[in-house]
Design a protein around this ligand. Structure first.
Ligand code: GDP
Length: 445
């Protein structure tokens, strides 16, 4: 499995740190020097390594040790968080078309990267989401590419559209779209031609498809075994035709894994999926946090960290609930509750975990309370003086005008938020018995 050697080295470094009760700045620096070496040996891009170790060193030396952890565990916590950040923090998926639009996906990549195989794997994933995908054979150059796609399509029970190898890819793509519309396909995945190396002709052909078809997702397939080449290829494809995301293949192999750790940092584009074998079911959604845990391989410390974090959240939640009971909830508390929500991955991820909420309800709620609105609320509160945050009654019209100007928002939006806030407080007063039981939870505007 990829990362085995990196994982082993990092675990060695951390074992050493954990055995010490106290850590000096020199201990931390020495440990991070070893982390740096281990990342370089894993073939992580050197600029990325430098940035990574600088950030971790700065954070480790400047931070207080959290309750429940020792200094060594605190350093592991920071390394873990920064590894997750490096790989893009969030899970990213294909963008699906809205309002009945067909979701178009153009698969690009060099020959041998695993593009044709991955195209069929992805069709399987899309099908699992209840969609009806159509595969399109636009690779007219590689002998047997069309046949390979047809065989794999059959295995996945997904139809393959082909005009043979005599027509131009743009024409094939256009006719495929017309066919998809007529026959009720809602996702169209184009398998395009790769070359052994990046060349003008290939890029021009891809650009021609993109300018004739409304492509929603341009997905680059790269081979993890090629290490830094995969990173360079990603950067070049992004520059020439623009990519939306990457699928990294052969992570099951004996690769050092550096590409998976560098692509997001170098290109800014996320890894969506990882190929974990030759079988068509061997495609996994790419989870930066799970990947980081796997690399660190320190289940015990990571669960300790989780517990320590949960304690902090519990403390804050207890305090909030006390305030709610006394109806002394102010804007500072509101800000705290928003921060807690962010820590848990935002509103949508919390709602997504709740049983009984289906995806269309989720989409509706997300539409109503989107992250932009939350950012506006945050801006409003941050534009208040400390006295105003503690005492919402102080908010007279002239103060509200000042706050609106400070937040760069319309006064109406400030008025709306303050009104909602007052209403929620009233509600809290009316139902003191509901609070504190920890079952129904609180509701804020
Ligand atoms: P293309 O030229 O980019 O279309 O590449 P192919 O789809 O033909 O794949 C090239 C080779 O890589 C084939 O032997 C695939 O079975 C293999 N392959 C593709 N993805 C993976 C993967 O995730 N893991 C492993 N081990 N092999 C893979």
């Amino acid at each position: 499995m990829a990362f085995d050697s990196l994982s082993e080295k990092l675990q060695g470094v951390f074992k050493n740190l954990r055995s010490k009760g106290r850590l000096t700045e020199a201990d931390v620096k020495a440990a991070l020097k070893e982390v740096k070496m281990a990342l370089l040996e894993a073939d992580v891009n050197f600029k990325v390594v430098k940035q990574f170790t600088n950030t971790v060193t700065e954070r480790a030396i400047g931070s207080d040790v959290m309750n429940g952890l020792n200094p060594g565990q605190m350093v592991i916590k920071i390394v873990n968080e920064e590894l997750v950040n490096l790989m893009g923090s969030e899970v990213t998926d294909i963008t699906f078309g809205t309002g009945g639009a067909i979701t178009t996906i153009m698969m690009v990549g060099l020959q041998g990267a695993g593009k044709t195989t991955t195209t069929a794997k992805l069709a399987g994933k899309v099908k699992q989401k209840g969609k009806k995908p159509l595969l399109v054979a636009c690779d007219i150059y590689r002998p047997a590419a069309i046949e390979q796609l047809q065989i794999n399509g059959k295995k996945q029970d997904v139809e393959v559209f082909s005009l043979g190898d005599k027509e131009k890819p743009v024409k094939i793509a256009k006719e495929a779209m017309a066919y998809a519309k007529k026959n009720g396909f809602d996702v169209v995945i184009f398998d395009t031609a790769g070359r052994l190396h990046i060349d003008e002709d290939m890029m021009n052909e891809l650009a021609a498809i993109k300018s004739n078809i409304d492509i929603l997702n341009t997905i680059l397939v790269v081979d993890a075994m090629t290490g830094q080449d995969a990173v360079n290829v990603s950067a070049t494809f992004d520059e020439k035709i623009g990519i939306d995301g990457v699928i990294i293949t052969k992570l099951d192999g004996d690769t050092r894994g550096g590409a998976a750790l560098s692509i997001k940092a170098v290109t800014g584009k996320p890894i969506l999926y990882a190929g974990m074998g030759e079988k068509l079911s061997d495609l996994e959604q790419f989870h930066p946090d799970r990947m980081a845990s796997r690399i660190l391989g320190m289940g015990d410390v990571l669960s300790l960290i989780e517990k320590a974090e949960a304690e902090i959240d519990k403390d804050a939640a207890m305090q909030l609930s006390k305030k709610v009971k006394k109806a002394s909830f102010d804007f500072n508390d509101y800000l705290t509750s928003m921060e807690q929500m962010k820590k848990l991955g935002g509103l949508s991820s919390i709602l997504g975990m709740m049983p009984g909420i289906n995806s269309s309800q989720l989409a509706q709620i997300e539409g109503a309370v989107d992250d932009k609105k939350l950012a506006h609320i945050e801006a409003i509160i941050l534009s208040m003086t400390p006295a105003e945050r503690e005492n919402p009654k102080l908010l007279n019209p002239s103060r509200k005008h000042r706050i609106a100007a400070g937040a760069g928002l319309d006064i109406a939006e400030v008025n709306r938020f303050v009104k909602q806030f007052e209403q929620s407080k009233k509600m809290m007063k009316q139902m003191p018995n509901m609070m504190g039981k920890g079952r129904r939870g609180m509701r804020f505007p």
